[in-house]
Design a protein around this ligand. Structure first.
Ligand code: FE2
Length: 424
């Protein structure tokens, strides 16, 4: 064995587990593995998890906060307008550098797979070229999946569909869309049909920004589910955001949820962004705006949580920490039951891995030797503490390390150090 990591706790609750790695793959997962490793690591009972996966991100915009100016209102629409101002000024090298810096942050946070949308409405396709280059450079340590995203509308922006097709030819992986941003409901539905047919012809996956609105009548998810079912795209399509569902009539939702489940469309909520951008036209009470996560899960729909934005025209916070995303999702969706908290952890690990179609993902023999050792004893504790990532391993190689979270106390009559775990 190249590496043996001993005495780990797994996300499914098994403890005292040793994991053996050979040739970049997991060779054994069992209690008291009798084989020696060239390198041995004592996990000390800590949680060994498959790496975090972000199902929804915008790497072409990340770390551009303040360029060319900050978003004064903090709204979605000012963010889109600001991005429109920034686009003509984008320099490829600077974009690549910002994206690479974000990938460094991601790796340090144990985030080893990201699906990023890339805006294709700039006829130069400069961001597409840049992110394809980033994808090549980070491939040894991070899986980057690109979505061709018509930010200004597929039908509303004259060259968007041609550009989207060019981007796919250049190597972009997934077909994106933004039906609620088209000029009319009918054009929104038309864009969904066109994009799904294009994806079906090419055998591609689909991930649309869909109904990112507080308008309860924004129902493009219905069309997305229908087209997915009609074209046999089950299991290959995701609807991102789906925030209008928060405000929809309950009777209509009772019809909609089984249709989504039947179509095999996955849902991707973006808790940090939904809670900050939705409900902006409300006075009080203010709607939370996030889609109906527990209800979707109960209907049998895959639901992942995405980060969406970090330090960009829409959001001036974030550091690539998917545990922060899960923490916010848990709160906004009121998923505080024990099983629900575990579902929040799955929404940043197993579920997005399935949505992205990642191969060799997981802690099991034959899987890629990609994992994260967390300063926590369970997934719920990892979310609670946004636990330090003690070790991040990619294909059997340690790619990042961080110390445990602890603080020195200087209190009379109290022990000298404190950590934030409950040790029983
Ligand atoms: Fe997005």
């Amino acid at each position: 064995m190249d590496l043996v990591l001993r005495n780990a706790t797994l996300a499914d609750g098994r403890s005292g587990i040793d994991v053996g790695v050979a040739g970049g793959r997991i060779a054994a997962v069992e209690a008291r593995l009798p084989l020696q490793g060239a390198r041995e690591i004592d996990a000390g009972g800590d949680l060994l998890s498959a790496p975090f996966v972000d199902a929804h991100f915008h790497m072409d915009a990340t770390l551009s906060y303040g360029l060319p100016r900050v978003n004064q209102s903090g709204t979605l629409l000012e963010g889109i307008a600001l991005w429109g101002e920034l686009k003509p000024q984008l320099a490829q090298e600077a974009l690549i550098e910002r994206a690479l810096q974000y990938c460094d942050w991601a790796v340090a946070r144990g985030l080893l797979a990201i699906r990023t949308h890339v805006d294709i409405c700039d006829d130069r396709l400069l961001a597409v070229e840049a992110l394809l280059e980033v994808k090549r450079r980070v491939a040894p340590y991070l899986d980057l999946q690109l979505v061709a995203f018509p930010q200004d509308g597929l039908l509303r922006s004259p060259s968007a569909f041609d550009n989207l097709k060019r981007a796919i030819v250049m190597g972009v992986d997934v077909v994106g869309g933004i039906p609620h941003f088209e000029r009319t409901m009918a054009q929104g539905a038309e864009s969904v049909r066109l994009l799904c047919e294009f994806a079906a012809e090419r055998g591609l996956r689909v991930d649309m920004h869909c109904d990112e609105s507080d308008d309860p009548l924004s129902r493009h998810i219905e069309t997305l589910a229908y087209e997915t079912w009609r074209l046999g795209l089950q299991g290959r399509v995701a609807g991102s955001h789906l925030t209008s569902m928060h405000s929809m009539d309950n009777y209509y939702v009772s019809k909609l949820l089984p249709l989504i489940a039947e179509s095999g469309v996955a849902a991707i909520a973006n808790p940090l962004i939904n809670i900050t951008l939705q409900g902006r036209h409300d006075s009080y009470p203010k709607r939370r705006g996030m889609t109906r996560v527990p209800e979707l899960l109960a209907a049998g729909v895959d639901v992942a949580f995405g980060h969406d934005c970090v330090m960009d025209p829409w959001y001036g916070m974030g550091s690539g920490d998917m545990l922060e995303v899960a923490h916010m999702g848990l709160h906004v969706a009121q998923m505080t039951g024990q099983a629900a908290m575990l579902q929040c952890y799955q929404a940043i690990t197993d579920t997005p891995a399935r949505i992205l179609g990642l191969e060799g993902y997981g802690i099991a023999p034959g899987c890629n030797a990609d994992f994260v050792l967390l300063d926590a004893s369970s997934p719920v504790e990892a979310i609670r503490l946004r636990a330090a990532r003690r070790l991040v391993v990619r294909r059997g190689q340690v790619v990042a390390e961080a110390p445990r979270a602890a603080a020195a106390l200087h209190l009379a009559g109290r022990p000298g150090t404190v950590d934030f775990r409950i040790r029983r």
